[in-house]
Design a protein. Sequence first.
Length: 320
Amino acid sequence: MSEMINYELAARILSGEATADERSQHIHWLNESAANVLLWEELRMAWQLGTDTTRYQEVNVEQGWQKVHASIEPKMNVPSKSFRPLQYAAASVILLMLVAALVWFFMPERVFTPESFAVNSDVQQEVVLSDGTVVYLNHSTNLMCLQPFTNDERLVQFSGEAFFDVKGADNWPFVIDMGDLTVHVRGTSFNIRSYNEAGVAYIDVSSGLVEIRHKNKDQEVLWLEAGMGAVYHKSTGLLTGVKANPNALAWKTRDIRFYNAPLSEVLETLERVYDVELSVNDSTILNERLGAHFSQNTFTYILNVVCMTFDLTYTEENGM
């Protein structure tokens, strides 16, 4: 897809039949321009309207077709070739969208009310929001917002861990409500780890610029650019700028790098990435340091390397 939308792909995405590669292609198309995002939003709303067209008054189909053709055709140049057998399903979906578009033009009041959208993720998953923003959720993460977003701002309530790849929009701020803190961005990518039960929250920026505001301290604003991070201690309200954690995205990428890191940091990273609990009998070993790079390795493999390096042994409890 470029300036012209791919109807067959749109049909599969809207019907939930698209493959992972097709969804990735769609996300790439959304990221090409703001016009693509707006075009997709029109089609998505038309699709939703088409599921309940009987609620509305009868329309003049011929007159409606003229309006739909005039407004949509310049943006979507539909080829005149006949459909192959595999295209019949897509043709039906296209017809549904066009009928819904007719209803859209002739509705007495064309008001679209955003609805609450919530995700409670027990496993890692990817969510694409209405503006084209992609959110990769780690396990035990909650995300709630209105979909589609309002014209004023893109507000998200969040707890857990996620990587946000926010679609850029200069006059349309993206705001993440973390409780005591709010994160304000326009178009950037960053990782947030802020579980409700944890006493510390972490923000690590991969690209762009991030603004962090403290709700209870009006004058306290922290700006972060790529390669920077922030640590927030919830009990004291202390917000500190730091260097970004090189393993902030290891839970998503399974790419782990230790640069002369203390063993305490190594174990904490393994716990977070592989969702396990680790404990040591001798706390003095936590000051030992490790330099290593692991990519797509299992937890058992890395643990064995660590034990061999420092001449340690380990035992499993409850299968872990």
